[in-house]
Design a protein. Structure first.
Length: 580
């Protein structure tokens, strides 16, 4: 094993070094700019390929699967990332954030006769975990939400910052009075849309910027009063890309009756089919980015191979960065808000710098390695569920000098005596946590949404699996029997348990959601929140790039759209000629 790896290292040429991924056994290239980054932060090059590294990080996140269980401190019922069956100490948010403990109570001495990673794993299992991953103290009235910061009055909102009165939405920054959106930024009064930037009253639309009162539109910029349009810029009063006078438009829209669920359902199919007749840009993004590759890259420069990256500079292999700015980060899966020099880390953000091989460290964190849940920590190494502490190793505090000495010793020992993971991979210093350290079964983690695996595949790679299904409720009404318009709905709907027409799961309408739908004159949703979320995600590409040709000029390009998909894909220059 060791010999083979040294041989791989010798294969360095001007384009980079070819390695074999420990996990998938495929070749991958470590590029010269990767090496410069590793040298800069003094870490060895990775032994997993970029995709296996990303999947491993995603498996440590559970943003969307919540369960009810009781707090192990106060006994109160709380929503939780962990099912009742999971044998962990779980505290509700008020108990976890309380000042009566900080994690040093669980501190242990380093045992040089055992692998350091093994000792971190034990510590993770022994310390109390927060039921949810929100920045609890910065939110108001957001108990039924997860991965949230600086927000108020949100319900079933996930991975979001600075939101106000939002329902059933994900990956947001500054979204207000909206519901059922993914990737909503600086927008207001929007519904069932994916990829919004500075939009107002945008409904059932994809990838629109600076639009007002648009319905079923795709890739429109600076448009007003449009229905079913695609690739338009600065347009108004258009229906399926045909321009009307203001009066004609208003008459036609009135005839369409956008208040009716039946109409909306019909228009959705019509619009999605119409969009497919027009060219798609090879990637999603705009001209405010410079020298970037990946998908959903906005206002970024010199950033490569990333997915959902906002305001990135000199970044690579990053995902789900929703809040600017982010600088010099590699292998970083969420979420930004002033992050610098982050490597192989996930859910790290809000004034964070030099955080490596870590998960859930925020806000105001610095110089952390191998940390799992570290709040406002500085200079910690191998700590778990620790709050506001510095110079800690395995949750035990040291003087700065003692800390540095012991840390160097441990790093050396990690190199000499690597941890061998469940699936027989070698973890010496410089890798993220092994899969079996994740507290989430693979199929309940974020990895499953973007990289689905079978139970057998997941178990073989050392991941956990959960076969249990969420118990179903007795329903009182079928969604097919819901009224066609919101005018016919009164508050008694809040007492009904609705059966989803798609998956037959039960769901309810909440008061704020009903108030918003009445304000927007939109009908009740006929699918449960889970089905709506799944359908919305299917309107996005996945974090994977393919080699393919431009459908117009034949130029080779890298695109999240593989060549067997039905969309017409144009390279940047063909797209610019056609659309602008
Ligand atoms: Zn791999
Ligand atoms: Zn509690
Ligand atoms: Zn459903
Ligand atoms: Zn082309």
């Amino acid at each position: 094993m060791t010999n083979m790896e040294y041989k791989e290292e010798n294969r360095i040429d001007s384009t980079g070094s070819l390695r074999v991924c420990q996990n998938c056994k495929h070749d991958f290239t470590i590029e010269p700019d990767d090496f410069s980054f590793y040298e800069k932060i003094k870490v060895p090059p990775p032994t997993f390929c970029p995709e296996c590294r990303m999947i491993r990080r995603f498996s440590f996140q559970n943003t969307w699967n919540l369960y009810w269980r009781n707090c192990d401190k106060c006994g109160k019922k709380t929503l939780s990332l962990y099912s009742k069956e999971k044998k962990l100490t779980i505290y509700c948010q008020p108990c976890w954030w309380a000042d009566d403990w900080d994690g040093t109570e669980y501190g242990i001495d380093y045992d040089p006769n055992r692998s350091f990673l093994e000792q971190i794993k034990d510590l993770i299992k022994r310390t109390p975990h927060s039921a949810l991953t929100s920045e609890y103290l910065s939110n108001k009235n957001c108990e039924y939400a997860n991965a949230l910061a600086w927000s108020k009055d949100c319900f079933m909102v996930f991975w979001a910052d600075f939101c106000d009165t939002v329902y059933y939405s994900t990956l947001l920054n500054t979204l207000k009075h909206s519901s059922d959106c993914i990737r909503g930024f600086y927008s207001e009064l929007c519904y069932e849309s994916v990829g919004l930037g500075r939009c107002y009253q945008t409904f059932f639309s994809d990838e629109c910027d600076d639009c007002i009162n648009v319905w079923f539109c795709r890739n429109c910029y600076n448009c007003q009063n449009c229905v079913g349009c695609v690739n338009l810029s600065g347009a108004s009063n258009c229906i399926f890309n045909i321009k009307y006078s203001k009066d004609e438009y208003e008459k036609k829209v009135k005839e369409l009756n956008l208040k009716s669920w039946k109409t909306l359902n019909y228009l959705k199919d019509q619009a999605f089919a119409f969009w497919l007749t027009k060219p798609f840009r090879a990637y999603h993004g705009h001209s405010l980015s410079y020298n970037v590759t990946g998908d959903y890259i906005f206002t970024s420069k010199n950033s490569k191979e990333s997915y959902v990256l906002n305001g990135g500079e000199d970044c690579k292999y990053c995902q789900f960065v929703t809040v600017v700015p982010v600088k010099d980060c590699f292998d970083y899966s969420g979420w930004g808000n002033n992050a610098e020099l982050i490597y192989e880390a996930t859910v790290v953000g809000e004034n964070s710098s030099k955080v490596f091989f870590s998960c859930e460290c925020w806000p105001d964190v610095m110089d952390l390695q191998y940390c799992y849940w570290n709040i406002s920590g500085k200079n910690n190494f191998g700590c778990a569920n620790l709050k506001r502490k510095k110079n800690c190793i395995l949750n035990k505090e040291y003087t700065k000098e003692e800390f540095e000495r012991l840390k160097s010793k441990i790093v050396e020992e990690m190199r000499l005596n690597p941890y061998i993971s469940k699936s027989s991979h070698k973890y010496s210093y410089g890798e993220f946590f092994p899969p079996e350290f994740s507290m989430f079964p693979y199929n309940k983690s974020n990895a499953m949404r973007f990289f689905p695996k079978t139970k057998e595949e997941a178990l073989a790679e050392g991941y956990d699996w959960d076969d249990s299904e969420i118990s179903s409720y007795r329903t009182s009404i079928k969604s097919f029997d819901l009224p066609d318009t919101i005018e016919q709905v009164n508050e008694s709907i809040l007492n009904e348990i609705i059966e989803c027409s798609n998956c037959s799961r039960a769901y309810k309408i909440v008061k704020g959601e009903l108030d918003l739908l009445k304000k927007l004159e939109l009908p009740l949703p006929h699918d449960c929140p889970k089905c709506r979320e799944n359908k919305r995600f299917s309107r996005m590409t996945m974090p994977k790039l393919y080699d393919r040709k431009c459908d117009k000029c034949g130029k080779e390009l890298r695109s999240p759209y593989s060549s067997d998909r039905s969309e017409i894909i144009y390279c940047e220059s063909c797209y610019q000629k056609e659309v602008y």
